[in-house]
Write a protein that binds this ligand. Sequence first.
Ligand code: HEC
Ligand code: HEC
Length: 341
Amino acid sequence: MVGRFRAVGYFLALCLSLTAQSCQKSAAPVAESYPLEIPLGLDANAQNIPIDNPLTAAKVELGRQLFFDKRLSADGTVACVTCHNPFLGFTDGQSVAIGIEQREGMRNSPTVINRLFGRSQFWDGRAGSLEEQVLGPLENTVEMANTLEEVVATVAADPHYQRSFRKAFDAEITITTVAKAIASFERTLVSGNSLYDQFKGGNATALSESAQRGLALFESNRLNCTACHSGHNLTNEAFRNNGAGMDSADPDSGRFKVTGRQADFGAFKVPTLRDIPRTAPYMHDGSLSTLPEVVDFYDRGGIANEYQSGEIRKLNLTVQEKRDLVAFLQSLNGRNTWRSF
Ligand code: HEC
Ligand code: HEC
């Protein structure tokens, strides 16, 4: 009963945000719309849901099954969840991703939480939407190494999926509907209501004194972390070079590959810091294993290079300040991430 009342509430809320006329028109699909709850600390107005792929319960459930299905890979051994494991904050705990036949990738598997709020996907932002992003790993030869035709054929041969796709889309199984279902599931993976959010929300004892000092440092002009890790999802979604990986003999050029601009060399998308204690190792190359290592890295001014963003500089933190900053980062685990499992 409670669930039903809640669904009615969402229906009303949605109607209020639409004109009366469009609300009436869309009455049927809205009835089964997915009641996405946005936890404390996250901005519900910042959601990015494409107009041609509204969230519905049927799509989310189908997307969840596809996300966990190893048959989507060439040899049936790797699923999305292999590298985006909910028990590891939707990452894999490896420096760089390992795909089928233990093939080693180039980059660290990022978390897929809060991608609902993202404007671009991948470390270099080369995909404009979650729907577009899905196609990458399916075909990537060091990840799932499949062909899109083979993915569709595998899914279409399963009577269970045939029924679920009819229910979710009332349309044929194509790579477009597969991508729409997986993207819908990913949009439900929201993480908020961390101790940090509770503190910001008015619970003065949610953070230890050390974590409170760390938060003040994080937000200070001196450290300048919020020049990039800003806003409700602790990222401005921009591309910046903090120096990670730049000491390698052949550094990953990052955003440069997408824009061709020299200034973007070695720049990567500013990642969210939510769930950060769960998602080690860190940076696009997984080069830093722990949060104290990350803090030491920033204390040194990252790795200096000619393309490094101007906001990164030597910090000269004391031992206590480093501890406080780590204590703050430790407070960023969300309480809602597990809802879908
Ligand atoms: C072999 C490991 C592996 C598999 C399997 C895999 N991913 Fe990923 N995923 C990665 C890596 C590595 C990246 C970053 C790649 C890059 O930026 O170039 C990534 C990036 C992403 C991103 C972008 C996140 C962001 O912050 O921009 C999303 C979303 C995502 N994957 C979803 C999926 C989905 C959906 C599937 C299944 C269809 C999948 N992944 C399968 C390793 C994997
Ligand atoms: C100029 C923008 C900028 C500033 C300022 C900045 N960061 Fe970052 N941060 C980034 C970028 C970009 C990355 C990813 C870099 C990469 O992988 O090459 C990152 C990565 C991280 C990561 C690892 C995230 C992950 O999932 O791997 C942590 C933790 C982090 N930053 C914390 C901080 C803290 C704490 C401060 C302040 C001392 C700070 N950052 C200042 C841009 C910035």
